[in-house]
Every structure is written in C-alpha cells, then in structure tokens.
Design a protein around this ligand. Structure first.
Ligand SMILES: [Mn+2]
Length: 319
C-alpha cells in the first residue's frame, strides 16, 4: 500500500501541469484529475496542445502562465524533466509537487515531494486512475472518459487486451458511457460532425466590426466555442468572440492574435463579468467569461464597448 497523499483530498487549489505538445495521455490524465478532485483545478499548458487532445479541455480552466505559488499542490503528469514542461517550472516555489509519470526518471523527480512513477505502466492516465482509486475517490464519467482516452492512445488501443490494464480500461469505459460525448472522434482526422456544424454556424452568424485595420468578429453557437473562436481568427479577425446561451447564463469565449495589445481576462472579460454579474478567467490570448445575462445582443454590445474602451478606439460595422 502506497503512502497517502493528503494534499490530493485536502487542497483547495491545485494546478496540473501537462508537457509541451501535450498528447491524449498527458491531457487525459490532467482532465481526469480536474474533473474528479474536489479542489479548484487549473490545467497549465506550456504551449500548444497536440492534435485532438485540446478537445478534452473544452470545459476546463486552462492557464498558460500559472502563479505556481498560489496553489496548495502542483501535479506534473506524463513528464520526467523540467525541460519537458518549460517554461513552467514547479521547482521555483514551496508548493508541494506530485509527479505522476511512466517515463525514465529525470531531473524533476529530485524535486518531487511525492511521486507515483512506474516505468512499466502503459500510460500516465492509468497511474492517475490508480492514485484516485487508492484514495477512494470516485471518478465521474467525464474523468473516466479522459483517462480511458489517454490509456488507449498511449497503448495504441492494446490496453483493452493487456492483462494488467484491460480491467481498468473496461471499468473506465463503463463509467464513461454515462456521458453523451463520443471519444471515438478523438482519433478521427476530420473534426466531429457536431464541431463542423458549430464552426459553420459561427461563420454564417458572425457580426463584423472594423476600426482602422483591426477586425473584431462576434458570433453565437451552442457548443464548441473554443473551436469557433479559433476559426474566427483564421478568418482574419484580430479578436474573435463567441457567445453561447446556457439556460441561465451566457458563456463568452474570446481569442486574440495579439499578445501585447491587451490581456483578454484582465482588460475585457473580467470587467464584462463585473458589469453583467459573473466570473472570468484564462490567459492573455484566450479567455472565458460566464455572465448572468442571457440577452445575447446586450452581451455582444457590452463586449464591443469593453474592447473599444480598452483600446481607445471606436468600431464601425464591417460591410
Ligand atoms: Mn504517456
């Protein structure tokens, strides 16, 4: 029996760090933890995510440049060295560090307060499932789905027939069947139908605003907001804003190509959330707000005004 990890159950704020070009195993392990632990969990990414793994992050709190000292526990998943997670460096703070990994030990392990390292494990996601189970923490369907995706991907699907892992994978898939999302699409080259429909609607419904050579595109979808926001940037916008009605609130997802002009959370989304009651977060070039108003026209007008005030410009219609 392994020594327990008190911080896993007692922490209020946890950051889970994935590796550079994080794959399904690293992201799946992180999402498995984020959806399961009772703490507020941020997932920190040192850079872009590989392939389809970013789809698992749709409803997660994702940060690019975490203030590591502000957390009660840092967890690195699927990376043995500082180089694999640079520029994020969990060794610079006093925050306890847990490393969960199946690679050959490297420099990160010397700094770990705790480690769950097993080079014989087929995937880090499997080690995460075992850590959670060992603490009697029930894994919810979304978490089970993310962990199963990580294990299947790292083993090229052999996990379902490997004696050591088939039982775990079948259990996770059984739990995951309670969600209505389909993980099979993670291995398709073309985005899933629902995402294609959402991004196509985003294009058709977009309102354009222009000031000088700045373009702002605002649109409405009912899902896949992040993919839609990225698409608006690919379509030429400097700033893309996607609004989504969620019964009693509106989700506002924003992306910008410009790293320096403004910080979306601080300059746009947090003031918006203050004005319309809600909360906001994210990093400088991609953020999310949740506001109480469900009047999409009013939310759109408030977003445009916020950006105008911050940049000291006035948008006109893009005709
Ligand atoms: Mn792995």
């Amino acid at each position: 029996m392994e020594a327990p990890l008190p911080e896993l159950v007692e922490s209020e704020r946890i950051v889970v760090i994935v590796h550079r070009h994080a794959d399904l195993d690293s992201v799946g392990a992180a999402v498995g933890l984020a959806t399961t632990l009772s703490a507020d969990v941020d997932i920190a990414t040192p850079g872009p995510i590989a392939g389809s793994a970013d789809r698992l992050l749709d409803d997660q709190s994702v940060v690019r440049d975490p203030d590591l000292g502000a957390y009660d526990l840092q967890i690195v998943v699927d990376a043995p060295s500082r180089q694999r997670i640079a520029p994020i460096d969990p060794t610079t703070t006093e925050t306890p560090l847990l490393v969960v990994d199946h690679h050959e030990p490297d420099d990160l392990y010397a700094h770990a307060t705790y480690q769950r390292v097993d080079t014989a494990a087929p995937a880090t996601a499997a080690l995460v499932a075992n850590v959670l189970t060992a603490h009697d923490i029930d894994i919810p369907p979304l978490g089970a789905q993310a962990l199963a995706a990580g294990i299947l991907d790292d083993t090229e699907f052999r996990a379902v027939v490997m004696p050591d892992t088939r039982r775990l994978v079948c259990e996770l898939l059984g739990t995951a069947s309670a969600t209505d999302t389909d993980i099979a699409t993670l291995w398709e080259r073309q985005p899933p139908w629902s995402e294609r429909v959402a991004t196509a609607k985003a294009v058709v419904r977009a309102n354009g605003y222009k000031a000088g050579n700045r373009l702002l595109l605002v649109t409405q979808v009912s899902g896949h907001e992040r993919a839609a926001a990225d698409l608006l940037l690919e379509g030429g916008a400097n700033i893309g804003v996607v609004l989504s009605n969620r019964d009693d609130h509106t989700r506002v997802v924003a992306s910008t190509t410009d790293q320096t002009e403004m910080s979306l959370p601080e300059d746009v989304l947090e003031p918006l959330a203050d004005a319309l009651r809600g909360d906001a977060g994210g990093h400088a070039t991609a953020g999310v707000a949740k506001v109480a108003s469900t009047d999409l026209e009013a939310v759109e007008a408030a977003v445009v005004t916020q950006i105008e005030e911050r940049l000291g410009i006035q948008f006109g219609p893009l005709t």
